[in-house]
Design a binder for this molecule. Structure first.
Ligand code: PMP
Length: 361
């Protein structure tokens, strides 16, 4: 079979160079005669892996020294609970911006711990789905923090604006966009991301937290979610997901070799431009998100004739273009084009789309 391009939203495609390296050293890591999966997380060999991964991550995103980087379990959904339980203190409310499926899921979880002030940011512009500008978000003075999701993986909606809310603690779910572009970490109190899109395999969650926010946790917070406990134990309060941490470390090295997040930013823009360009130039395909809020990572699109959906999916699969089925709550198609997806993969998809349209349009 010719090369496969995997458009899965997560777990997602990983750089082939990283997989090859992991394959080479799987059974005999660093000449140890065992795999990295089989050694103690407290061994000096693994601690070196862990420290190097953290250093490379910090370099890539220019994480300031007053921020801790935590390597956690539980996925982004664990952070939906960890955030309120770590940050609310005695406060009973926090601002939550609802821009799509994942922001709404965070709100649902937060309701267990506080009365969120929900800001519905979903709107339409010229009939297209869009996000209300940040200047119109009605934040509350007494809210402990404001939470939002800059990239809605299912809806294909992105918030491109940078938060600028004075002293307000800003928390963001960067699950589907972290490492795809530079970010100014100083604007945030906490950012978090499940690894399985741009970072590495599922099982690892990266949390970046400003150090003045540690130590405010509620009494009932499970220790395993407590940022202070995790920080004091260098993310090894319990046994961390060592293989996912190691593999993510290889992805960070790969990112550095590619030229870092500034270079990936350019490539991701070029890939998104190509794909949206093909969608916009045709009546056969449609994307219903306003241009200013289109995600560069997750591109949902519909066929004008939905009865062709299953044929499109069957033929694209045969052409080596995998996992293009849209999320079950949205339908249609979705192409996730994270860091590891090369431009050739998007070209192969757009060539296929043009050919499919020629034959069925
Ligand atoms: N937030 C966003 C933006 C996501 O895309 C996802 C997963 N697709 C989640 C949260 C949930 O992540 P997890 O499955 O790691 O808990």
């Amino acid at each position: 079979m010719s090369q496969v391009f995997n458009f899965s939203s997560g777990p997602a495609m990983l750089p082939v160079e990283v997989l090859r390296r992991a394959e080479q050293e799987l059974c005999n890591w660093q000449g140890s005669g065992t795999s990295v999966m089989e050694i103690s997380h407290r061994s000096k060999e693994f601690i070196q892996v862990a420290e190097e991964a953290e250093k490379d991550f910090r370099d890539l995103l220019k994480v300031p020294s007053n921020y801790k980087v935590l390597f956690c379990h539980g996925g982004a959904r664990a952070q939906f609970a960890a955030v309120p339980l770590n940050l609310l203190g005695d406060n009973t409310t926090a601002d939550y911006v609802d821009g799509g499926y994942w922001a709404a899921s965070a709100i649902k979880e937060a309701k267990k711990y506080c009365s969120p002030n929900v800001i519905d940011a979903k709107t339409t512009v010229d009939g297209k789905r869009a996000i209300v500008p940040m200047s119109k978000w009605q934040l509350q003075d007494d809210a402990a923090y404001v939470h939002f999701c800059p990239n809605e993986t299912i809806d294909g909606i992105a918030i491109e604006e940078q938060p600028d809310f004075g002293d307000k603690v800003v928390v963001a779910d960067f699950s589907s966009t972290l490492l795809s572009r530079p970010i100014d970490i100083n604007r945030y109190g906490v950012i978090y991301a499940g690894a399985q899109k741009n970072i590495g395999p599922a099982g690892l969650t990266v949390v970046v937290v400003r150090d003045d926010l540690l130590g405010k946790a509620r009494q009932e917070l499970p220790s395993i979610l407590d940022y202070q406990v995790l920080s004091e134990n260098d993310s090894m309060f319990n046994t961390p997901p060592t293989f996912a941490w190691y593999l993510s470390g290889l992805v960070f090295k790969w990112l550095k070799e590619q030229g870092g997040v500034a270079e990936l930013d350019k490539r991701n823009q070029a890939k998104a431009d190509l794909l949206y360009g093909v969608i916009d130039s045709s009546d056969f395909y449609r994307n219903d998100v306003a241009i200013a809020n289109r995600s560069r990572m997750n591109v949902p699109f519909q066929l004008a004739d939905a009865s062709l959906d299953s044929l499109f999916l069957a033929e694209s699969l045969k052409a080596g273009l995998h996992a293009l089925k849209g999320h079950r709550v949205v339908g249609g198609m979705r192409a996730s084009i994270y860091n590891a997806m090369p431009l050739e993969g998007v070209k192969a998809l757009t060539d296929f789309m043009a050919d499919f349209e020629r034959r069925h349009g």
